[in-house]
Design a protein around this ligand. Structure first.
Ligand code: PLP
Length: 362
């Protein structure tokens, strides 16, 4: 079989160099003759790792000093609940921008906690899905916060422009595009992201929270969801997922060693542009996302019918191109090409797509 490339949307491919380092350190981490997962999270070695990981992330994203970096559990879905528990006043309201499945799921969960207005910003025109309306500066002041999802992992719709919410608090679910390119953290009140796409294994969520938004949680917020409790306990109020945290730190270092987020953005753009350029010139495959919203991370496409889509996925898998099946709610195919996917993987996919189109064209 040819070399294997894993296009999974998440948990997703990890940088090979990181896995090799973890393998090498598994029985002897930092000379301790034990693995990182077997030491106390409060011991000096793990505390140093935790501190290092925060500094690495601060450097990568140029996080201003008035923001805290917190590590939590419960996945990004946990934050769908934690965000309103921490930011939504019992008599307040929040605005959710709906651009697809994940932003809608966040709004649904938030409704358990209070009044939520939802506005659909993902629109379909002639079968092409895109996002147009991003200026909410006039209405945003009446809300405790405005929530959106800059990369809809399922449909492959990415929002590159940060919504204008004036002075209101902007909250972003960056689960599937964090660390894929530089961002201006100061435009956000809270950023959260599950690790399992671009940072590490599942089981850990990274939060970047502006200082003034900590300490506002409603009284009945469970302690493990309370940002103030997380901050006051160095994200160790309960035992953190130490091995996942360690792997995230290795990924952060890998990113720093490979030119940081500017270099990552160039690589990611080169990969995505190559794949979209191939899709655009083909009359065999179709991508239905507006050019301005084509995700750099999740590239969706279809053949003419479900039978051909299934055949594509089965044959691609045999050729070492794994996990290309689209999400069950949209069908078709999805190539997730996060930071860890080399250009070589995208080239192998395009070569397969060419062969498959030739063999199956009527
Ligand atoms: N938000 C986005 C954008 C996602 O892609 C996902 C998962 O794929 C989630 C939230 C849910 O993440 P979790 O399973 O960590 O709760």
């Amino acid at each position: 079989m040819s070399k294997v490339f894993n296009f999974s949307a998440g948990p997703a491919m990890m940088p090979q160099a990181v896995l090799a380092q973890a393998q090498q350190e598994l029985l002897n981490w930092e000379g301790l003759q034990t693995s990182v997962m077997e030491v106390s999270h409060r011991g000096k070695h793990f505390m140093a790792l935790a501190e290092r990981s925060i500094q690495q992330l601060r450097e990568l994203l140029a996080i201003p000093d008035n923001y805290q970096v917190l590590f939590a559990q419960g996945g990004a879905r946990g934050q769908f609940a934690a965000v309103p528990m921490n930011l939504l006043d019992e008599n307040g309201k929040a605005l959710y921008l709906n651009s697809g499945y994940w932003s809608a799921a966040a709004a649904k969960e938030a409704r358990l906690f209070g009044e939520i207005d939802e506005v659909t910003i993902g629109a379909e025109k002639n079968g092409i899905v895109g996002v147009e309306q991003l200026d909410f500066s006039e209405v945003a002041t009446q809300y405790d916060y405005v929530h959106y999802c800059p990369n809809e992992t399922i449909s492959g719709v990415e929002i590159f422009e940060v919504p204008n919410v004036g002075d209101a608090v902007l909250v972003a679910d960056m689960s599937s595009n964090i660390l894929s390119r530089p961002i201006n953290v100061s435009k956000f009140g809270v950023i959260y992201a599950g690790a399992q796409k671009n940072m590490g294994p599942s089981g850990i969520v990274i939060l970047i929270v502006r200082d003034d938004l900590i300490g506002k949680a409603r009284a009945n917020t469970p302690s493990i969801w309370n940002y103030q409790v997380l901050r006051d306990n160095d994200s160790m109020f309960n035992t953190p997922p130490t091995f996942a945290w360690y792997l995230c730190s290795l990924v952060f270092q890998w990113l720093l060693d490979n030119g940081g987020l500017n270099a990552m953005e160039s690589r990611n753009r080169a990969k995505a542009e190559k794949l979209y350029a191939y899709l655009d010139q083909s009359d065999f495959y179709r991508n239905t996302v507006a050019v301005a919203n084509r995700s750099l991370m999740n590239v969706t496409f279809t053949c003419s019918d479900d039978e051909l889509n299934a055949k594509f996925v089965a044959e691609a898998t045999k050729c070492g191109l794994q996990a290309l099946k689209g999400h069950r709610i949209v069908g078709g195919m999805r190539a997730s090409i996060y930071n860890a996917m080399p250009l070589e993987g995208v080239e192998a996919l395009i070569a397969f797509m060419q062969r498959f189109a030739q063999a199956n064209q009527n």
